[in-house]
Design a protein around this ligand. Structure first.
Ligand SMILES: [Zn+2]
Length: 673
């Protein structure tokens, strides 16, 4: 391919990719398969590698990969980014309308044409396009100057790197597009769950999460967060005139942006109010957090006549919904036991109306959260309620403390069965294997694939067995009688026999799987394996002291305490005896010392798909050879085995300079090739 041909093809590919990107991310309506899209990207990347002189910052290949910076630069907005004034109820909305009519010299019964749209709760961004190409992006900042987040915003897939060409709205020489950077509620919750696991501070709401993700010195972190961009207006425009706000929004759609939906053209304030009520009613149906509506005069010639105050335009306002946060007093804390034995502290509140509903209880999530927020009994607290979600405590109002507030202590005993509790990460759990609060969850866990693997025992049947009193503790599973089961609804001769066969089969079980099945807090299937390789019999493990357990690599103090507490509990010992009496036989797994192996004592991490075996098989192979298969890369990692489409672990390994093996090299090392 000649240079000229390459240049032309590169241009074609970029147009195509931009278009398909728009179909996929903005319209949610792709017209080619993911594989075909990947193929276009691959071709473009190859050509750009061959002809690097043609790489431009607006190429789809350049979305990610910009290096971290020391600090943010600033960008001065060509036109100030003003903020809207709030109307907090219907009366205040009418007042805005009246004021606008007065300013325009119109009679009180005149009907102004407004564009109303949902007000998504995110963080504002201005993007500068020159001749349709992404040039720069800045946060609102103080309205005059914002932070330069150009490489960060580029990673957001719903921000076009090139505006789409169309006949109705030719691309102006320069246009500054304004909108909101958002995070979906579901993505926000997933992000917080991740952060909680890693012990990182949680984001208070999707808005903070979006703002925090956008303002990262390392744009690669922004790229990993699922951000979205919804355009709502324009700043400076050169080379084009608009007559109405409706037209502006249509142009934004035509150029490839998402715009707020559903928006409505309203004639007169009564139609605006109707829209306002509708949106407030539906606010929980949106995938983004909504905190009101935005109302703008549609006729742009009126904007100039109305002008702005120092801080806000007079031609637009925000109609805010009822607040979902209120302060009240935390009177007491009660404990709830979940199906997995996790004990959740629940705040008892002086009843208060939040967003139209009386709230008298709120979740405190866990004790790390209680400690982090420093919530005490007797505190005045800020309560947040969103839709049907359980209300939660945002923070205590420390300024209102009297000194008589009492700290919230973790429960030492299960409130349902009285058994001792143990700590597992941020949670406290009941250790009683037969605790009534967790019996159904326990059965489901026992039946799962890595535990007893009883296929026929699903959630429904577990529930039925418990509700009909056939199972009062997990060992009862092995004492089920056919005639009892046949009396249950939906149990036919054949399926019943199948279930009993499955249970019978589960009696001979590797010790590690039996230990995992017991649901000892802190003992997942990996820890169960470590234990089974150290102790030959269940009895040996039951006799082990905390000190014994702590000497085993991979067992920390929390887990050691949990194991000892578990086996000390008389009810658990009883149930275990009952298992054994029924014929359950945990088979020893303690392996011979593997010293000769090239993997003895080494830590290995896998990333990407292997061709010759599954990830699990590979990990088992490593363990069998005396190595340790870890799930994340750290300085302690000895080898990273890279399969097809490796993930971020591969990057991490490169950064840390850890030895990288291809699948073939790995197989050679372990003598399989
Ligand atoms: Zn309990």
């Amino acid at each position: 391919m000649t240079r000229e041909e390459a240049k032309k093809r590169i241009e074609e590919l970029r147009e195509l990719i931009n278009y398909h990107n728009y179909r996929y991310y903005v319209l949610n309506d792709p017209v080619i398969s993911d594989a075909e899209y990947d193929e276009l990207m691959r071709e473009l990347k190859q050509l750009e590698e061959q002809f690097p002189e043609f790489i431009t910052p607006d190429s789809p290949t350049q979305r990610v990969g910009a290096p971290p910076r020391e600090e943010f630069g600033t960008i001065r907005h060509a036109l100030p980014m003003l903020s809207l004034e709030d109307a907090r109820n219907e009366q205040e909305i009418r007042d805005f309308d009246a004021r606008i009519k007065r300013a325009l010299g119109l009679p009180p019964d005149a009907r102004i044409e407004y564009v109303a749209e949902p007000k998504y709760d995110g963080t504002s961004l201005e993007i500068i396009y020159e001749n349709g190409r992404y040039r720069a992006a800045a946060t609102r900042g103080d309205g005059i100057t914002g932070e330069d987040v150009t490489p960060n915003a580029r990673t957001i897939r719903t921000i076009p790197l090139r505006l789409l060409k169309n006949d109705r709205f030719p691309i102006p020489e320069r246009v500054d597009v304004r909108g909101e950077v958002l995070m979906k509620k579901a993505d926000f919750e997933a992000l917080n769950r991740e952060r909680e696991k890693r012990g990182e501070p949680l984001f208070a709401n999707p808005r903070n999460a979006a703002a925090g993700s956008l303002r990262q010195l390392d744009p690669n972190i922004t790229a990993q967060r699922k951000l979205d961009f919804v355009a709502w207006g324009l700043g400076l425009v050169r080379g084009m005139e608009f007559r109405t706000q409706e037209e502006v929004l249509e142009a934004l759609s035509a150029w490839g942006f998402k715009t707020s939906q559903p928006r409505r053209l309203c004639r007169g304030i009564e139609e605006v109010l109707e829209y306002y009520r509708e949106m407030e009613e539906r606010r929980d149906d949106f995938e983004y957090e909504l905190d009101g509506i935005v109302v703008k005069v549609n006729d742009l010639s009126l904007w100039d006549r109305l002008g702005t105050t120092a801080r806000s335009p007079r031609y637009a306002f925000a109609g805010k919904f009822k607040p979902r946060e209120k302060t009240t007093r935390l009177i007491d804390v009660v404990y709830q036991v979940g199906r997995t034995g996790i004990i959740t502290p629940v705040a008892v509140l002086e009843p208060v109306e939040v967003g139209g509903v009386i709230v008298s209880r709120a979740t405190l999530h866990n004790f790390d959260e209680v400690r982090r927020k420093d919530i005490r009994i007797g505190d005045y607290v800020l309560v947040h309620r969103a839709g049907d979600v359980i209300p939660e405590i945002v923070k205590p109002i420390k300024e209102r403390r009297t000194g008589n507030e009492k700290p919230i202590e973790p429960p030492t005993h299960c409130p349902v069965c009285g058994a001792p509790t143990v700590r597992e990460g941020a949670y406290y759990k009941c250790v009683n294997i037969a605790c009534p609060a967790k019996l159904k969850g326990m059965l489901k866990h026992m039946a799962s694939r890595h535990a007893l693997d009883i296929e026929g025992l699903g959630e429904k049947i577990s529930q039925l067995l418990v509700d009909r009193g056939l199972v009062k503790d997990p060992a009862d599973l092995f004492y089920l009688k056919k005639e009892d089961l046949l009396r249950l609804p939906g149990f036919a001769e054949k399926s019943t026999q199948n279930l009993l066969d499955q249970i019978e089969k589960a009696k001979r079980i590797p010790l590690s799987r039996f230990l995992f099945a017991l649901g000892i807090p802190g003992v997942g299937s990996h820890t169960a394996k470590i234990l089974a390789q150290h102790f030959e019999t269940l009895d040996d493990l039951m006799k082990a002291s905390e000190t014994d357990l702590l000497s085993i690599p991979g067992i920390g103090p929390e887990t050691a305490r949990s194991i000892v507490t578990f086996f000390r509990e008389p009810r658990n010992r009883e149930v275990i005896q009952k298992f054994l009496k029924a014929g359950v036989t945990p088979l020893p797994e303690k392996r011979k010392e593997v010293k000769e192996s090239p993997l003895a004592g080494k830590t290995v991490v896998f990333t990407g798909a292997l061709k010759s075996m599954t990830r699990e098989e590979a990990q088992r192979l490593v363990e069998d050879l005396g190595g340790h298969a870890a799930s994340s890369v750290s300085r302690k990692t000895d080898f990273v085995v890279v399969g097809e489409n490796p993930g971020s672990k591969y990057q991490k390994a490169l950064q840390l300079g850890i030895k990288i093996l291809t699948e073939e090299e790995f197989l050679k090392l372990v003598g399989r090739a």
